[in-house]
Design a protein around this ligand. Structure first.
Ligand code: GDP
Length: 450
């Protein structure tokens, strides 16, 4: 009964969507276990490009169940938009299932997220301002509103009222800010409430979402148990990545949930022994969106070249991704933290023509101390200078390569170097955006499942 976790091994955007889409061939259920519509997966199939924010990448396999697990926070308006968009493109979404225990992003979460980031100014985290952090905060404060609440108007109204009451102060500050912005001093007395946080309007709006989402709402943990107990494969798909993990990433420049493999159990409702494989996904170099430390970042021609050739712009926000060399110190940390059993290296094609290729193998602190392992202290990560191993690059384009032996020997040496350093076998290599542009190292996973 294989349970396979697919987790990002760097700072996100590693190409998890494509790997999930490929491995989904051997699964009957694909579950997203955390995050919200701040994630973005892109899957290219021939001339078709699909972008997902919330729906698991498995949705393109219409005969398989695609599950939004309890660990996800979801904005119903965005989700319905995504469902409608897929339907318009002829994708059958009848097998989508949404956990009744997942939490809902409410309009006030979005307002508070935006205001919070604006208030932090230069210290802002770089959130997508979609209300995800405030929604998780409400979940922990027991003020959250869950998907199942959509199905009972009375309860929904009560819960929204209770949540909004607690937020009055913060929301009042927001409306003062708004008024200031509008320089509308004369109307400070009787300003109508922001329609987005009007209790009645909000309840009506969410009830209508409930009507539309009801067919998809289910006991999704049970659905996973049934599949696992029947010996079927379940894929647990993470969003964001290890170095953005709330507990183990570069806090506070992290996401507000836990993308690491261990969180798949909590976010889907299965036990640790249900997980039999952990696939970590890393690019052949490193990228990061938003603020926060990034030791191997390049602010030079190579960095710009990686950005151009790798099309390093976010799926969700269009933000430019910061680019740099492969960071093996961070990758080895991610490998252990996730107890990875297999590694996927994507975007190897982007490195062709770059010679030499560099990979960070240790950090040096501003005081000169050497760190062979990822430092636990944030100040050291911020000031760390990476020390690199240089490897010969390869000139040849590899977009059309489909077998390991056809890869240039320098590319194979680079992969072996990564694998030896990290201690996890590289099983799959990406050589282009299309789902066919991959090279299996050894047996393809689908064949092994048979
Ligand atoms: P995810 O959130 O981890 O699924 O990653 P994204 O979908 O945000 O970003 C990955 C991007 O890289 C997408 O545009 C993919 O189409 C693209 N991609 C994935 N694998 C490869 C690869 O091997 N080579 C190239 N050039 N692009 C790839």
């Amino acid at each position: 009964m294989p349970g396979i976790v697919i987790a990002g091994a760097q700072w996100g955007d590693e190409g998890k969507g494509k790997v999930t889409d490929l491995l989904a061939e051997r699964a009957s259920v694909i579950v997203r276990y955390q995050g919200g519509n701040n994630a973005g997966h892109t899957i290219v199939r021939g001339n078709d490009e699909f972008k997902f924010n919330l729906i698991p990448s498995g949705i393109l396999h219409s005969e398989k169940k695609s599950v939004i697990g309890n660990g996800v926070v979801l904005d119903p308006r965005m989700l319905l938009g995504e469902i409608d968009g897929l339907r318009r493109r002829g994708v059958d979404v009848a097998n989508l299932r949404i956990s009744a225990n997942a939490h809902l992003i409410m309009p006030y979460h979005v307002l508070l997220d935006t205001a919070g980031e604006a208030k932090l100014g230069k210290l802002s985290i770089g959130t997508t301002r979609r209300g995800i952090g405030p929604c998780y905060a409400d979940k922990a404060s027991r003020l959250g509103i869950r998907v199942q609440d959509l199905l009972d108007e009375k309860i929904l109204r009560k819960k929204i009222k209770a949540a909004v009451e607690v937020k009055q102060q913060a929301l009042r500050e927001l409306s003062v800010q708004r008024r200031k912005l509008r320089k509308d001093a004369d109307r400070t007395q009787d300003e109508p409430p922001d329609p987005r946080i009007d209790l009645h309007a909000m309840t009506e709006e969410y009830v209508s979402y409930g009507h539309r989402l009801e067919p998809y709402i289910a006991d999704t943990a049970r659905l996973c148990w049934d599949a696992l107990d029947a010996g079927e494969t379940v894929i647990f798909e993470g969003a964001q990545a290890t170095m953005l993990d709330l507990d183990h990433g570069t806090y506070p420049f992290v996401t507000s949930s836990n993308p690491i493999a261990g969180a798949a159990c909590v976010g889907a409702g299965v036990g640790p022994t249900d997980i039999t494989e952990v696939w970590g996904i890393a690019k052949a170099y490193t990228t990061r969106v938003g603020a926060g430390p990034f030791p191997t970042e390049l602010d030079d021609d190579i960095g710009r070249r990686l950005q151009d050739r790798g099309h390093e712009f976010g799926t969700t926000t269009g933000r430019q991704r910061r680019c740099g060399w492969m960071d093996l110190v961070a990758l080895r940390y991610a490998a252990r933290l996730n107890a990875m059993s297999s590694l996927v290296i994507t975007k190897l094609d982007v490195l062709s023509g770059i010679d030499p290729i560099k990979a960070a193998v240790r950090y040096r602190s501003s005081e000169g101390a050497v760190f062979n392992e990822f430092p636990y202290h944030q100040s050291i990560v911020h000031s760390a200078t990476p020390e690199y191993e240089e490897l010969p690059g390869f000139e040849m384009g590899i977009e059309d390569v489909r077998s390991e032996s056809d890869l240039p020997s320098e590319a194979r040496d680079y992969l072996r170097f990564i694998e030896d350093f990290v201690g996890v076998p590289v099983r799959l290599v990406g050589v282009g955006p299309d789902r066919d542009q991959v090279v299996w190292i050894g047996e393809p996973a689908a064949a092994q499942a048979a």
